[in-house]
Unconditional design. Structure first.
Length: 137
């Protein structure tokens, strides 16, 4: 029996608050056990179709590829099992993963572009300062 997020339609509990709490738990870098348990629970809820938001899948994918969480073996193991099972279980989940990966790649591309611009501006500034310092000698 699956209730989904409709079970939380009471005014006292907002689904957004639950998702925000889950996101914070999965991204808990200082508590690796909490992050692993939250990611595993969220993965199970997504496989069961209880949680269907793309944003939650995006959190799991970003957490998996985050270099900070690379040392969290239980988290890596849970997500390494989850992603293939998730994508191969229901065709709609493949589309969901594709949407999420496009969003992640686009945001990483924009970040990389901004960093490239900042680095080139920094290089230009450093060259100018070097020229100024040479004239001061």
């Amino acid at each position: 029996m699956t209730h989904g997020m409709g079970l939380l339609t009471d005014e006292s509990v907002k689904p957004e608050a639950i998702m925000s709490m889950w996101t914070k738990a999965v991204k808990a870098e200082d508590e690796p056990e909490v992050a692993a348990a939250a990611a595993e629970a969220l993965a199970k809820l997504m496989l069961a179709g209880v949680v269907t938001e793309d944003e939650m899948l995006k959190v799991l994918v970003e957490t998996y590829f985050n270099p900070v969480s690379a040392q969290n073996e239980p988290l890596k193991q849970a997500l390494s099992y989850f992603f293939p099972v998730f994508c191969h279980s229901v065709p709609d989940y493949q589309y969901c993963m594709a949407r999420v990966l496009v969003l992640i790649n686009f945001s990483k591309y924009r970040l990389r572009s901004r960093l490239f611009i900042l680095c080139s501006d920094l290089r230009r500034t450093l060259k100018m300062r070097k020229r100024w310092c040479l004239h001061l000698r």
